[in-house]
Write a protein that binds this ligand. Structure first.
Ligand code: NAD
Ligand code: WQD
Length: 343
């Protein structure tokens, strides 16, 4: 049976996608170097599906590691999550980000081509829209980047488009995610950031569970409903389902597909805090702090193209996002390092 290679499959979005793929009957192998994840996420997915998951521990920058995967399995397509994703860190370590994200993707595509595997679904990001002139954001909007992380995503998009121009046998889907949050409803897998979280949801969750004293709200003078930043938060399970729909349809596409995955609805920081307090029954103390450099006021998707070409739309609302985040956080206060008797 043909396999799907899932790079970065031990990570936050990858592990949720692997769970859905296996539940739907796909045969997959995870390829990960665990630089930002642990094998515990895979062990927990194995528990949920009651099945052993194939794994190649390796680096996407290593031709040898990748070739080992192709020598071991009959790989038909790739879902490519592997990469570094912290905006601030990318400013401090640009070469590391370009090496991991851009060189890693080039190496991956070279090895894929050499092995006659020419189908790839790539994790892009709403960050490629920079500071959009208007919202909701359509795929046709101009792109730009303000940091090395965002630039690495833009470069990879361009590289993959060039690859298609050079060889029309390639099937390429670029999925631009908005703000992934939430967790599988089992509460056993979820987002497990190293150190102090950069993103809003894990920070709120860690504050509610008592690991952080208060949330700093970065700016309350934006031109938004309450002055705080507005984003399109999307449940990670909906996001994972978007990949399954792409896998099902990829053979029918005869151009590079660039598709937003968002809900089409924006919520402010303070709206998220309120929703989380309601879902968790805990207080989330916060203080207003200065704006964070590089942040924009408002970002939300027009998701109608995903509906048209993937027959996909987000199903889960803000309540479910907060409830599922809370279940994961409260069951696993220290993420995958937590002691847990029932997992
Ligand atoms: P994550 O860090 O949880 O997962 C990424 C995985 O890739 C990790 O398991 C990590 O160990 C692995 N990895 C990194 N570099 C590697 C390398 N060189 N070789 C092999 N494995 C490597 O991140 P995530 O949130 O699951 O994000 C997945 C993808 O989606 C990333 O490409 C990210 O840029 C993109 N994305 C994420 C978000 C978000 O907010 N989480 C938003 C838009 C796009
Ligand atoms: C959301 C809102 C903050 C933390 C980032 C990347 C983007 C994508 C998703 C990968 C903003 C506010 C946050 C805090 C706060 N990742 N905030 N206090 O910045 O929209 O997107 O993650 O591709 O590329 O840039 O997400 O969760 O960091 O912030 O007030 O402690 O919450 O100012 O308005 P962002 P975020």
């Amino acid at each position: 049976m043909n396999k799907i290679l899932v790079t970065g499959g031990a990570g936050y979005i990858g592990s949720h996608t692997v769970l859905l793929l296996i539940k739907a009957g796909y045969d997959i192998v995870i390829f990960d170097n665990f630089c930002n994840s642990s094998s515990e996420s895979i062990r927990r997915v194995e528990k949920l599906v009651d099945k052993k998951i194939d794994l190649i521990e390796g680096d996407i920058r290593s031709t040898e590691d990748l070739q080992r995967a192709f020598d071991t399995y009959n790989i038909d397509s790739v879902i490519h999550f592997a990469g570094l994703k912290a905006v601030g860190e990318s400013v401090e370590q640009p070469l590391n980000y370009y090496d991991n994200n851009v060189n890693g993707t080039v190496t991956l595509c070279e090895v894929m081509a050499r092995n006659g595997c020419k189908k790839i679904i790539f994790s892009s990001s709403a960050t490629v829209y920079g500071d959009p002139a208007t919202t909701p954001i359509l795929e046709s909007f101009p792109t730009s980047a303000t940091n090395p992380y965002g630039r690495s995503k833009l470069m990879i998009e361009e590289i993959l488009r060039d690859l298609y121009i050079s060889d029309k046998e390639w099937k390429i889907v670029l999925l631009r995610y908005f703000n992934p949050v939430g967790a599988d409803s089992s509460g056993t897998i979820g987002e497990d950031p190293n150190g102090i979280p950069n993103n809003l949801m894990p920070f709120i969750a860690q504050t509610a569970v008592g690991k952080r004293e208060y949330l700093s709200v970065f700016g309350d003078d934006y031109d938004t409903i309450d002055g705080t930043g507005v984003r399109d938060y999307i449940h990670v399970v909906d996001l994972a389902q978007g990949h399954l729909n792409a896998v099902e349809r990829i053979d029918n596409f005869d151009e590079v597909m660039t598709i937003n995955l968002g809900t089409g609805r924006g919520y402010s920081v303070l709206e998220m805090v309120k929703a989380f307090e309601k879902a968790s029954g805990k207080r989330v103390p916060y203080k207003i702090a200065p704006r964070r450099a590089g942040d924009i006021a408002t970002c939300f998707a027009d998701p109608s193209y995903a509906k048209e070409v993937l027959d996909w739309e987000a199903q889960k609302g803000i309540e479910e996002m907060c409830q599922d985040s809370w279940r994961w956080q409260s069951n696993n206060p220290d993420g995958y390092r937590s002691e847990s008797s029932n997992i």
